[in-house]
Ligand binder design. Structure first.
Ligand code: SAM
Length: 285
C-alpha cells in the first residue's frame, strides 16, 4: 500500500492511501499528480499539496461561487483565475444570469487531466457556449485585459510557485480595475489556523482597494486545519448586507441546487471565530 503525505506544512500533514496512481507529470509549471483513495475517491495534488478530491470538492466550489454570485443582484460576466479542475466553472454556470465566464488558467495540463480524470468536476462546463478558456498567467491577464466583470473568483493554488503572484497587491489592484461598479472579488485564502499570516497580508492589501473587505469560511475536510478563509472584496458595502429573504429568492429564482451551500450558510459564513476577527482588527488598527 503506497501513501501520499501532503507537504504543505512542516511537521504536520495528512496522509492518503493510494489505491491506484493514475497520473504524475512535471507540467513545466508544477508537479501534477492524480491518484485514487478508498475514502475520498480521486485526488489531485499540485507540488505535493491537495487541490481537490471527488468526495469533498462540492463544499469549496459551492461556497466560493454562490456566496458572491447570490450576493450580486445580476451577475452576467464572471472571471475565474485558476480553477483548472473546472469545479468553480461548473457552479458559476448554474446561474442563468451568466452570459460569459472567462477562465484564466496558467497550466493547460491541469484542464486536460481534469477533463479526463475528474469529469464530474467540470460536467461539460468547459464546452458550455458561455465559457471562454484563456491559458495565461492570471496576473498578466488582468494587467492586460480591458474586459469588465461583475464577479471575479480567484481559485488558485497556495502562494508558492505559480500561485504566489495571485496573492500580491499588484494582482489585487489590477483585479479591482476589472470590476464593474457593482462588483465582488473572492479568493481562496488558506486555512487561518495554520496560515494566519496569509490572511493578514490580504487584509492589508484589500483595505485600500475595496469599500467592503472581509472573509467568509467553509469547512473543507481535505484543506486540513479547520475552516478555510475565503477573502471577500466588494465595491459596495450593501452587497454583503443582502437579506436572507433576498438571497433565498435569488437561490429559488435561479434554480441553483447545492449540497453544502444554503442561504442561511451564506450569511453565517461571514461570522468569524474570534482569533480570526482579532487578527483582522489588529492588522487594520
Ligand atoms: N481549490 C484549490 C485550492 O483551494 O487550493 C485550487 C484548485 S485549482 C486546481 C488551482 C489552479 O490554480 C491550478 O490549476 C493552477 O494551475 C492554477 N494557477 C496557479 N497559479 C496560477 C497563475 N499565476 N495564473 C493562473 N492560474 C494559476
Amino acid at each position: 500500500m503506497s501513501l501520499f503525505v501532503e507537504t504543505l506544512y512542516r511537521g504536520y500533514g495528512q496522509a492518503f492511501q493510494q489505491s491506484a496512481q493514475c497520473f504524475s507529470l512535471d507540467t513545466g509549471f508544477q508537479q501534477l499528480s492524480i491518484f485514487d483513495n478508498p475514502i475520498l475517491g480521486r485526488v489531485m495534488t499540485l507540488d505535493g499539496v491537495v487541490q481537490t478530491t471527488e468526495k469533498d470538492e462540492f463544499i469549496y466550489h459551492e461556497m466560493l461561487t454562490h456566496v458572491p454570485m447570490l450576493a450580486h443582484p445580476n451577475p452576467k460576466r464572471v472571471l475565474i483565475i485558476g480553477g483548472g479542475d473546472g469545479g468553480i466553472l461548473r457552479e458559476v454556470l448554474r446561474h442563468p444570469t451568466v452570459e460569459q465566464v472567462i477562465l484564466v488558467e496558467i497550466d493547460a495540463a491541469v484542464i486536460e487531466m481534469a477533463k479526463q480524470y475528474f469529469p464530474a468536476h467540470s460536467a461539460g462546463a468547459f464546452e458550455d457556449a458561455r465559457t471562454r478558456i484563456v491559458i495565461a498567467d492570471g496576473v498578466q491577464y488582468v494587467n492586460e485585459s480591458k474586459e469588465m466583470f461583475d464577479v471575479i473568483i480567484s481559485d488558485s493554488t497556495d502562494p508558492y510557485g505559480p500561485g504566489e503572484v495571485l496573492f500580491s497587491a499588484d494582482f489585487y489592484t489590477a483585479i479591482r480595475a476589472r470590476l464593474n461598479a457593482v462588483g465582488i472579488f473572492v479568493a481562496q485564502n488558506g486555512v487561518p489556523f495554520f496560515q494566519l499570516d496569509e490572511l493578514k497580508d490580504t487584509v492589508q492589501r484589500f483595505a485600500p482597494l475595496f469599500v467592503d473587505s472581509t472573509f467568509f469560511t467553509a469547512a473543507v475536510p481535505t484543506y486540513i486545519g479547520g475552516v478555510m478563509a475565503l477573502a471577500w472584496g466588494a465595491t459596495d458595502a450593501s452587497l454583503r448586507q443582502t437579506s436572507l429573504t433576498q438571497i433565498q429568492a435569488r437561490y429559488a429564482q435561479r434554480g441553483v441546487h447545492t449540497r453544502y451551500y444554503t442561504p442561511q450558510m451564506h450569511l453565517a459564513s461571514f461570522a468569524l471565530p474570534n482569533y480570526i476577527a482579532q487578527a483582522i482588527a489588529a492588522t487594520i488598527a
